[in-house]
Design a protein around this ligand. Structure first.
Ligand code: COA
Ligand code: ZN
Length: 298
């Protein structure tokens, strides 16, 4: 049987939050509609954070209000605190993704929280999400390295995943926010997290800052992970991580996986077209390989 790998498209959130280009709310909705037409089944469509901290996400409530919901796409809202969770529930998010942080340097700058404070915040909000019958996932940011503190202790990551499991989270993402992971580190961290949080599904989130993102996707899939985050065109980055660059590009990931016989359910040609549309809308080139070279065998 063909193995299915689910791609979570993060372009409308992680992709746009730090891009020098600007999309209006209507353009964001067009981007999302185009991604739905590509066959994207799960998508980060916005974040409910402080508009002062991340001005590009200030219109997320309008974006969620404007969703046509014509397709069965699950629209994910990112939240980092109770206010964000409440706003995401009000916006009728199909899933809430809560951000935990694996290291203090980034955590204090990104969300004013230590790793344990982020886990406590999740525990305090989880009932709210469960009562709203909204699926709850979590992403552990800087799981492979912190821009301020350097190496991150895998034990801290595994412990956060275990706390997320206890809070009723069914899927935990391991986020390489600054693109420093290597494939061997990916395999080791997955094994470590599985021993301490055996009941959660894993999702892996890579940035291609140092060129290893596709190799890291390969390592994760080889280790049995079935869910990968990626962004159309490879746009993205975090305003609180110096020199952060984009996520691994969706079209490059689906090319690599589908050519190897995996199924993603996403139309590669349409994804390349969407990346090209994005170049015009944002007013600059995107970084993906397929937007330059096209697919193969054609
Ligand atoms: N949505 C909107 N506004 C929010 C908010 C939310 N989820 N949480 C807090 N605020 C507002 C408060 O109302 C307050 O507004 P005011 O200054 O007008 O009174 C202000 O933000 C500060 O609130 P406070 O509770 O003291 O939060 P903080 O300053 O410690 O900031 C975060 C915490 C999480 C809100 C903030 O760091 C943040 O939004 N970070 C975003 C990081 C991010 O998105 N990174 C990329 C993705 S991982
Ligand atoms: Zn990211």
């Amino acid at each position: 049987m063909t193995r299915r790998i689910d791609i979570v498209e993060v372009g409308p959130r992680d992709g746009l939050q730090n891009d020098p280009g600007h999309l209006s709310t209507d353009q964001k909705l067009e981007f999302i509609a185009r991604l739905e037409e590509c066959g994207v089944a799960r998508m980060e469509s916005g974040s409910f954070v402080s508009p002062k901290a991340v001005p590009k996400m200030a219109d997320s409530a309008e974006v969620f209000r404007g969703l046509t919901r014509r397709h069965n796409t699950r629209h994910i809202a990112l939240a980092l605190n109770e206010k964000g969770v409440r706003r995401a529930i009000d916006a009728r998010a199909d899933e809430i993704n809560f951000v935990l942080v694996a290291s203090e340097g980034f955590g204090l700058r990104n969300q004013g929280m230590t790793p344990q404070a982020s886990a406590d915040a999740l525990a305090a909000c989880a009932d709210l999400v469960h009562e709203a019958n909204t699926p709850l996932s979590a992403t552990i940011s800087v799981a492979f390295g912190d821009p301020y503190n350097g190496e991150v202790d895998p034990g801290v990551v595994a412990n956060l995943a275990a706390q997320a499991q206890r809070a009723g989270v069914t899927e935990v993402g391991l986020g390489d926010t600054i693109g420093v992971a290597t494939p061997w580190q990916v395999r080791a961290l997955i094994e470590r997290v599985r021993t301490e949080a055996p009941d959660v599904f894993l999702r892996l989130h890579f940035h291609d800052t140092r060129g290893a993102a596709l190799a890291n996707v390969y390592a994760a899939v080889e280790a049995g992970v079935d869910v990968i985050d990626a962004s159309c065109g490879g746009i993205g980055g975090c305003p609180f991580a110096p020199a952060a660059t984009g996520n691994v590009a969706t079209e490059d990931v689906i090319y690599m996986l589908e050519r190897a016989g995996f199924e993603t359910g996403i139309d590669q040609g349409k994804m390349i077209e969407t990346a090209k549309w994005l170049e015009t809308a944002l007013g600059h080139k995107v970084s993906s390989s397929l937007s330059k070279a096209g697919g193969f065998p054609g």
